[in-house]
Design a protein around this ligand. Sequence first.
Ligand SMILES: Cc1cc2nc3c(=O)[nH]c(=O)nc-3n(C[C@H](O)[C@H](O)[C@H](O)COP(=O)(O)OP(=O)(O)OC[C@H]3O[C@@H](n4cnc5c(N)ncnc54)[C@H](O)[C@@H]3O)c2cc1C
Ligand SMILES: C[S@@+](CC[C@H](N)C(=O)[O-])C[C@H]1O[C@@H](n2cnc3c(N)ncnc32)[C@H](O)[C@@H]1O
Length: 631
Amino acid sequence: MRTAPIVPAAVDFSDPAAPRAPAFDAPYHPVSGAFAQARQVFLAGNDLPERWRGRTRFTVLETGFGLGNNFLATWAAWRDDPARCERLCFISIEKHPLRAEDLQRAHAASPMPELARALIDLWPPATCNLHALDFDAGRVRLLLAFGDVQAWARELVARVDAFYLDGFAPARNPAMWEHGVFVMLARVAAPGATAATWSDAHAVRESLRGAGFEVHAAARQGGISDSTLARFSPRFAPPVPPGRVVPRDAPAHAIVIGGGLAGASTARALAHQGIACTVIDRHAEPAAEASGNPASLFHGAVIRHDGPHARLLRAAALRCAPAMRAAIARGVPGCGDGLLRLESRLSLAAMQDLLDRQALPASYVQAFSAALATQTAGLALAHAAWFYPGGGWMDPSALVRDALTTPGVTWRGATTAQRIARHGDAWQLFDVDDRVIAEAPVLVLANASDALRLAGLPMAWLQRQRGQLSWSAHAATSAPRIPIASGGYVLTLPSGALLFGATKQEHDEDPTVRDSDHGANRGKASLLLGADALREIGAMHGRTAWRATAPDRLPLVGPAPDLTAPRPLRADAARLLPRQPGLWLHSGLGSRGLTTATLCAELIAAQVSGAPWPLDADLVDAIDPARGVLR
Ligand SMILES: Cc1cc2nc3c(=O)[nH]c(=O)nc-3n(C[C@H](O)[C@H](O)[C@H](O)COP(=O)(O)OP(=O)(O)OC[C@H]3O[C@@H](n4cnc5c(N)ncnc54)[C@H](O)[C@@H]3O)c2cc1C
Ligand SMILES: C[S@@+](CC[C@H](N)C(=O)[O-])C[C@H]1O[C@@H](n2cnc3c(N)ncnc32)[C@H](O)[C@@H]1O
């Protein structure tokens, strides 16, 4: 989805019982109460909580998050229901999200203070993204789509069971109720999905009918006006492209090949969706290859052209930041206090201009003068810098081990998958002696470039790139407080040693740590910190590993294409191409695996389990492994 600047809501709190949106000249809820309306119109109107009982997952889609009262009321009803579904997913589209301080004010006297506090604590930066907020150990997921309903309605992929239509009165806000919006929303409706709104407008009912809903009216209740209820019963169901299939039921078990960041994060995400997972790796210990470096950086990106790279890295960094904070809280070594990326080409004014044009909020990225960057890093820096408050560093191998302790995840090291084959409804893995070593209905190939060999795909879709890191044997006398990057990078390890790098070499399979590469890394670090900072560091240690990088520098994530199946007549987009049943790829993480693995893993877990996808459809297309077929 194209980035559109997000304009936060201006809320008029002069009547605390009914906050208003002056831009729409409308109240956020009736004076009779937001929660009364939520329960009577939206929950009861969709037969909730009855309909979610006994289900593994129930998905609600709301138009207009506003103050979040409908979400809080639904979450509270779910909590209070002993027969609740296992997982509740609540998607909400909001063009004008509240500023954090206004959200706090709106819930100052909340009847659900604990839930309101949890929402406020996770409130995301106001960027045009699909923000995932997890509550109750991930059993409740709120997907907040910040932006216009007309743009988001075509970007969501989900099976929605209940719609809450809550976008100010149609007369005051017709854009929210257009026929085209309902047609796009119908695309994600599960069979038998219901919809409810307090609006009794004729045009709303006609739009719902036109989109395949059977519509009926509900009489006034309490202080709530007549409402409209609807049930999805379309006359025909359009075919779903192979790259957009949302399964009805999740498999019980999956196998993941690869015990690095990609594999471990996928296993964790699958387990969170209730899918037991075995992680297989040829090494006895996890994270023995690229994911075994002592420390890696995570952060977003600002790119002049706000294309797929910038948008994917932004979406990934926004998802990564809370995940890394949670991992640090669990004891994984790392630091999420921010990261500086030095900028030598743009002036501070030009940097600020770029941020303004892309409307990127300060909670995501800020332009720092050299003086402010110096103060933040705690040592002299010669350039202005981008400051990413949600960035930082992490020990990737500790993160991998942490993910492998997730209940439902089983580690099986020292096991090489030599080949794979589909047998009935399952994938079988064979060892070097061609014996079956494991089988499952779903197989995720997270084994870097070897994934292509196992999947029978062209090896040219990924390149292997050697990299060597360097770190000082002793604590440095002059060390930055937070990581500094730009071309190369430098960070301070908990021991006080400086870690810096990294080299990038194509067609180089040499595993030895080379002095010449230490020299090259030292050169990059000197450019960032100045030569004096590195004078006293003494002896150096190092490590080599290989990145797997696609020619377009985007990851390869999604269902594996089937090159043996006939190509459909119209196959000009990757999502239209046929797939190998039950086979997924999570690879091509290049030099940004720590930032991207969490989001990519959650995308695969959603694609496998039938949960709503946590990424806009056009970015899913951008990382679809089948795109290689079209090149
Ligand atoms: C020097 C260097 C510095 C880097 N710095 C950063 C950084 O600061 N920030 C960042 O985000 N990223 C960084 N990266 C990139 C990051 O390390 C990778 O993106 C990430 O580790 C890739 O994870 P992965 O799980 O895809 O691959 P890997 O960690 O390589 O895992 C793949 C696993 O698959 C297993 N495997 C392969 N084939 C088979 C098979 N047939 N059977 C069984 N097992 C198999 C392997 O044993 C391996 O454990 C750096 C990379 C390098 C090399
Ligand atoms: C009645 S309020 C929603 C109240 C909310 N459901 C709650 O529980 O607090 C309507 C919301 O729709 C949002 N909105 C208006 N036009 C929109 C559009 N075109 N796209 C997305 N959201 C829009 C408004 O900013 C406002 O927050």
